[in-house]
Design a binder for this molecule. Structure first.
Ligand SMILES: *[C@@H]1O[C@H](CO)[C@@H](O)[C@H](O)[C@H]1NC(C)=O
Ligand SMILES: *[C@@H]1O[C@H](CO)[C@@H](O)[C@H](O)[C@H]1NC(C)=O
Ligand SMILES: *[C@@H]1O[C@H](CO)[C@@H](O)[C@H](O)[C@H]1NC(C)=O
Ligand SMILES: *[C@@H]1O[C@H](CO)[C@@H](O)[C@H](O)[C@H]1NC(C)=O
Ligand SMILES: *[C@@H]1O[C@H](CO)[C@@H](O)[C@H](O)[C@H]1NC(C)=O
Ligand SMILES: *[C@@H]1O[C@H](CO)[C@@H](O)[C@H](O)[C@H]1NC(C)=O
Ligand SMILES: *[C@@H]1O[C@H](CO)[C@@H](O)[C@H](O)[C@H]1NC(C)=O
Ligand SMILES: *[C@@H]1O[C@H](CO)[C@@H](O)[C@H](O)[C@H]1NC(C)=O
Ligand SMILES: *[C@@H]1O[C@H](CO)[C@@H](O)[C@H](O)[C@H]1NC(C)=O
Ligand SMILES: *[C@@H]1O[C@H](CO)[C@@H](O)[C@H](O)[C@H]1NC(C)=O
Ligand SMILES: *[C@@H]1O[C@H](CO)[C@@H](O)[C@H](O)[C@H]1NC(C)=O
Ligand SMILES: *[C@@H]1O[C@H](CO)[C@@H](O)[C@H](O)[C@H]1NC(C)=O
Length: 810
């Protein structure tokens, strides 16, 4: 769909403290459709992003839900699809996730007829194709339905506002409490509705209630969303309805006995209740036929109560004018996010790059959701966050961006992670709908906590507890949840293969699934534990540091592939390698039951950020490491089909998936920084665009977009270490507000000649190393001055980046 800019002249001058005055509405540079499509113009292979009204880390993400044109390739995860018909406008969405969709909850659907053949319990009878292209910008979305209704919407942090412009004739708004985004038929991960209530209030123009939902990719337990909705105009008729619930209930018989049922209508004074058979329920609001007119609706949501849902409308959307909420949203995004980065906007500026910059910032702020004050499970006064979807994606470089860019939010997120451990036993790896799950590899919240800790984040974080939460992951095997995804161990939280890890020092192939990738991840997790132990429990440091070398236990020096020798390999619990038919370019689906998850062993063999020194040694030294890295970028070397995760990539290097994020930067570890620059630039230019197909696969809650952000800044963080590698910046000058109110300035001369680094100064001093430490510039601010040019030169002469987890196993 075409992006259309919508300017808000009323915003004019926004003055800020602590940073330069921003006279420009930077939100105009955001293309909210980046990642909305895959290569063929459908959602398949795209970013699975949410398109609609949202605030930075807000709870409400208001947008359309749509049907699947073809279930084989359907991507309903963000609600919006390029080609599906609209089934509703709902209040909650994820952004960038894969697997069975979650949310698409608390919906309305404007209709011009409810007469037969329309059955309001059957979306196929009323879903609407869209006419023309949708329009969307930060905080605003507009679409036109085939039935002539134009929908415009915006969102606050916990509420939404919808403008329905009806043509002449009948006007209805259907409120379907049993609406949700379904998985494809037969998908055991699909969500389903388990009950709710709805009541029309005495004024006739507002309604209240709740709905309860289960499942989705994270296999979550039931959770409840309370709502309060109201219309600008009193309807002429308002009725509740209920009907037999014939929706599929994954893994169980459903309650259908034949096709979709017809509704039974109540009246204004009826409360519709799901009752013992989890009936579907809703309400229908109708306005007299007549000339074209507008009906506006505001809906608030809460996990606590109807009163609270209502209060959000009063606090957050006090006006009935959509433009007020849109302006407020734009203001919040600018102040909270966009104004914190300033680049030249003059005529010589590359507008494409500016749009990529601000759009990437936008997408890293759609998730997780700040549910502080909205915790229905316990009362601790601590912040509460949801939709970590997942740590596996965002630990690699997204959270490091939050650390410098959004220190307050980030501290709040970490307190919430620890509070989840306090009250529910484990920190989450994935979490959504107030429920931990799923764990794809290690317990990656450990990496997040360690990254914050080593960079000095303290604030109100209770690190005694933070460390205890990490030790829990490292020591206590979670009970088996017998998840259909993998029956061998818990996929909900913690480390399912901890039994092997503690006893053998690696994850064995015969006891556990994902033996290679989990060994790799547990190694980094234990390195993370050791780094926090340094400050919190020094007696534990050696233990976890030596456990962090576990990956070396599954390094088989005899495995050969593409003329390279020595790879991670599947090892049995008796200590022998099982190299029957083993090929490190194959993972057998890269699924839960494979050797490696979403990546082949070739890729995972590079994912040892804490001890690159040993990795280089095992790979045969610097030269061999260099050419093995080169091989990662050779076309047509990949033989494993990664499906929609593959983005048509034929190299072993897959920038479309998170495990490889740091790999193209590893040349810095052999002081060949120019090769890191060449490889990362080339990946960025090839796979990231200011276009609907603008990212290589799922955005993964913004993880993909954060990779690009660091690339544009010209630095890359090494997670769990206070270390950043230098690459090559995209802007001649960039000021970024960091650590609350400090300024990081990154400037570059010579970019007209080329993007290779010729020399670097940090805080005015000539810099010989191709890396720096957090305290050098990220705490109090500072400057990095790059001299760029076309000479791909070895400009660095200092020490290579550190390997603080260096352990030589005897
Ligand atoms: C449409 O409605 C049917 C029947 O309630 C439901 O099973 C299905 O999931 C809905 N489809 C979409 C795309 O919402
Ligand atoms: C969308 O609606 C149109 C018109 O009702 C119908 O022909 C088409 O099959 C629907 N498509 C989908 C994907 O639901
Ligand atoms: C759905 O998509 C799959 C995969 O692209 C294709 O094989 C199939 O023919 C499509 N089905 C229809 C009905 O178009
Ligand atoms: C919608 O967008 C497409 C591609 O961006 C463009 O080709 C088409 O002309 C647009 N349609 C309308 C009605 O604007
Ligand atoms: C609404 O329905 C209830 C229960 O069926 C009935 O008792 C009541 O009289 C109805 N009220 C109106 C205003 O029709
Ligand atoms: C960055 O800040 C410096 C110092 O305040 C200023 O001179 C420069 O113009 C700023 N650059 C941009 C792009 O705003
Ligand atoms: C802007 O930068 C992009 C790389 O992101 C490049 O492809 C493009 O040619 C540049 N545009 C101009 C006008 O220089
Ligand atoms: C951290 O929490 C523990 C209990 O959970 C408490 O005993 C301790 O006093 C807290 N530490 C700080 C510094 O608040
Ligand atoms: C050894 O690997 C082969 C090939 O992947 C597999 O079929 C076999 O089950 C493995 N053996 C054990 C004991 O896991
Ligand atoms: C491996 O080495 C052989 C012999 O030198 C050579 O023919 C072959 O092309 C090499 N393979 C790759 C993938 O480089
Ligand atoms: C800068 O931020 C720190 C920490 O948030 C705060 O203590 C300090 O008062 C701020 N200084 C200014 C001048 O705003
Ligand atoms: C590139 O840099 C190297 C090392 O600084 C230098 O020896 C070489 O002459 C330079 N080449 C060019 C074309 O400037």
């Amino acid at each position: 769909m075409l992006w259309n800019s919508r300017l808000f002249p009323t915003l004019g001058l926004v003055l800020l403290t602590g940073t330069a005055a921003a006279e420009v509405d930077l939100s105009q540079y955001v293309n909210v459709f980046i990642g909305s499509e895959g290569p063929d113009g459908t959602g398949y292979g795209g970013g699975d992003i949410f398109v609609g009204g949202a605030r930075p880390f807000g709870v409400a993400k208001v947008g359309i839900d749509s049907t699947a044109v073809n279930w084989t390739t359907a991507i309903l995860n963000g609600g919006w699809t390029p080609d599906g018909n609209v089934t509703g406008i709902s209040m909650m969405h994820e952004s960038g996730t894969g697997g069975a969709p979650k949310y698409g909850l608390i919906a309305q659907m404007p209709l011009t007829s409810v007469d037969s053949p329309v059955n309001i319990l059957d979306n196929q009878t009323y879903s609407q194709p869209r006419v023309g292209n949708d329009t969307a910008s930060v905080g605003y979305y507009k679409t036109q339905l085939q039935n002539g209704i134009t929908v415009e919407l915006s969102a606050s942090r916990h509420a939404g506002i919808m403008n329905y412009s009806f043509p002449e004739g009948e006007k209805h708004v259907l409120v379907d409490v049993s609406h949700y985004l379904p998985g494809s038929p037969g998908d055991s991960g699909s969500q389903f509705y388990v009950g709710g209530e709805i009541q029309i209030e005495d004024d006739g123009k507002s309604y209240t209630g709740y709905g309860t939902y289960v499942g989705g990719w994270n296999n979550g337990a039931p959770f409840t969303v309370y709502f309060y909705g109201e219309f600008s105009e009193a309807p002429d008729e308002a009725q509740t309805f209920s009907g037999v619930n014939t929706d599929p209930i994954p893994r169980y018989q459903n309650l259908a006995n034949g096709g979709i049922s017809q509704p039974t209508y109540g009246n204004k004074t009826n409360k519709a209740v799901s009752g013992p058979m989890t009936n579907r329920i809703g309400a229908l609001f109708s306005w007299d036929s007549g000339s074209a007119s507008q009906v506006i609706s505001r809906v608030g949501i809460s996990s606590i109560s109807i009163d609270r849902a209502r209060s959000y409308i009063e606090k957050e959307i006090p006006s009935w004018s959509l433009d007020d909420t849109v302006a407020d949203a734009v203001n919040e995004w600018n102040e909270d996010v966009f104004n914190k980065i300033q680049v030249p906007l003059d005529d010589s500026a590359n507008v494409t790059n500016i749009r990529l910059l601000y759009s990437s910032l936008y997408f890293i702020h759609l998730m997780p959701s700040d549910r502080s004050g909205e915790n229905p499970l316990w009362n601790s006064g601590e912040p509460f966050w949801d939709d970590f979807y997942t740590m596996w994606d965002i630990f690699r470089c997204t959270v490091s961006f939050y650390h410098i860019f959004q220190p307050e939010y980030y501290e709040s997120m970490i307190r919430a992670l620890i509070d989840i451990w306090r009250h529910q036993g484990y920190m989450p790896d994935g979490r959504s709908g107030n429920w931990n799950g799923l764990v794809q590899g290690g317990s990656d919240a450990d990496n997040v906590l360690a990254d914050a800790y080593v960079k000095g984040l303290r604030g109100a974080i209770n690190w005694t507890d933070g460390y205890a939460a990490m030790v829990k992951n490292a020591e206590v095997t979670p009970y088996n949840t017998f998840d259909y995804t993998d029956y061998t161990a818990s996929t909900k939280e913690g480390r399912g293969a901890l039994d092997d890890w503690k006893e053998l020092g690696y994850v064995s192939e015969d006891h556990n699934t994902r033996c290679i990738s989990r060994t790799v991840e547990y190694s980094l997790n234990d390195f993370a534990v050791s780094q926090v132990a340094k400050g919190e429990q020094p007696g534990d440091v050696d233990k976890y540091l030596s456990r962090s070398a576990g990956w070396q236990n599954i390094w088989d020096p005899s495995v050969k592939s593409l003329n390279f020798t020595g790879f991670l390999a599947p090892k049995l619990s008796d200590g022998s390698f099982n190299n029957t038919d083993y090929d490190p370019r194959i993972c057998f689906g890269c699924e839960w039951s494979s050797y490696t998850y979403e990546g082949v062993p070739w890729e995972y063999s590079f994912v040892i950020p804490h001890d690159v020194e040993t990795l280089i040694k095992l790979m045969g030294g610097s030269d061999s490491f260099d050419s093995r890295l080169d091989m990662m970028f050779e076309p047509d070397m990949a033989i494993q089909n990664l499906g929609s995760n593959g983005a048509g990539i034929t190299t072993l290097m897959n920038i479309g998936n998170e495990p490889d994020f740091a790999t193209p930067y590893l040349y810095n570890y052999i002081n060949k920084q120019h090769k890191s620059v060449a490889q990362t630039r080339s990946l960025a230019n090839q796979y990231f665009h200011d276009a609907n197909y603008g990212i290589p696969g799922n955005s993964d809650a913004g993880a993909m977009n954060s990779w690009l952000l660091w690339q544009m800044l010209g630095i890359y963080p090494i997670v769990t270490q206070p270390v950043y590698l230098l690459s090559s910046p995209w802007f001649p000058d960039l000021n970024m507000t960091i650590n609350g109110n400090k300024t990081l300035r990154i400037s570059a001369t010579g970019s007209d000649d080329g993007y290779y680094v010729q020399s670097v100064k940090i805080n005015g001093k000539q810099w010989a190393k191709n890396w720096f430490e957090h305290d050098d510039i990220m705490k109090n601010g500072g400057t990095i001055e790059f001299e760029l040019g076309n000479n791909a030169t070895v400009w660095e002469s200092g020490d290579v980046p550190p390997s603080p987890g260096h352990v030589e196993l005897s």
